[in-house]
Design a protein around this ligand. Sequence first.
Ligand code: PLP
Length: 381
Amino acid sequence: MNATIPISDRFRVKTPQLDMPPRILLGPGPANVDPRVLSAISVPPVGHLDPTYLKVMDEIQDLLRYAWQTENEMTLAVAGTGTAAMEATLANVAEPDDVVLIGVKGYFGNRLVDMAGRYGAKVCKMTKTWGDAFTLEEIKAGIETHKPKILALVHAETSTGVRQPLEGVAELCQQHDCLLLVDTVTSLGGVPLHIDEWGIDLAYSCSQKGLGSPPGASPFTMSSRAVEKLQQRPNPVPNWYLDMSLLAKYWGTERVYHHTAPINMNYALREALRIVAEEGLIERWQRHQRNAELLWEGLAELKIECHVDREIRLPTLTTVRIPDGVDGKAVSKKLLNEYNIEIAGGLGELGGKVWRIGLMGYNSRPENVILLLNALKKVLY
Ligand code: PLP
């Protein structure tokens, strides 16, 4: 120790013990989590190669396969938030000069465009108004025009509240030797989703929305067609941390050290996935739909309009039009400060035009809907 170097106390700040307000998180995520998930987080960590932890990893993989309805061997939780899992999909299969066709109908479609370009792909866009979904005919025309190696679609666009129907898309992709990549961040655990039945080759999600865990461990899955493309790459994946050929050796039977896993985040994810399995997917999807409909009815009574047509409206995330003459930001602020309720404003093109209300996972419950409607009524009228 060199006693002659003085220690600066500039940042040795005195902070109080952590004391966060009891928010009700009815925005686009994170959502509140089940107390069972919170207590799983505080279970003491073991080593990331401890046999008991390796068993936790196996259980997460199986429970994710259930939640996603897939048999994919390469199904795991990426250490990071949904964006890390998003990046993992593109990093592994988008090679330089591959044509990647991206359906952009909201903020997260644009994030995919930005990311795919950074991996050297030739990015093509299909665009649609923010609040609408692509028809199968439009997707067919896009594939025939651009002949992509990868088609990327956002199943549940959190910026608009739109559900993109996916039935029939995989058949088109397979006819044109193209992989289907789908963002399921705001659908997994809350909206009907069948990875294998719908022929989805790559999907990613997050933990903090429909699954009901805090952010930090994000679902990823890849079909054997996608694995084949990865294995045929002439050059290594240009992202070491997210390279699935390396991660497969940690999540698979070899158990080779790759990174120090976020042990406690995975405890939480496992507990959240156990809850999904206990409830059952059909029951869970129905609960999300029922509570969303209760919200939509209540909003209609308050003369507040939803932005998206009912047939393609997400049950997990509702965009509502801010009534004329109302200061949207002031309303959200009041809900937060006076009622401890978080809702969000619009993103990108819908900024200042809508509020975004989430009913996800543990938070999709009638008492939350009634509470929010009553608070909104008090703030608005
Ligand atoms: N994709 C969609 C549709 C999202 O809603 C989000 C986040 O809200 C992301 C990707 C990125 O996930 P994260 O914020 O967990 O990194």
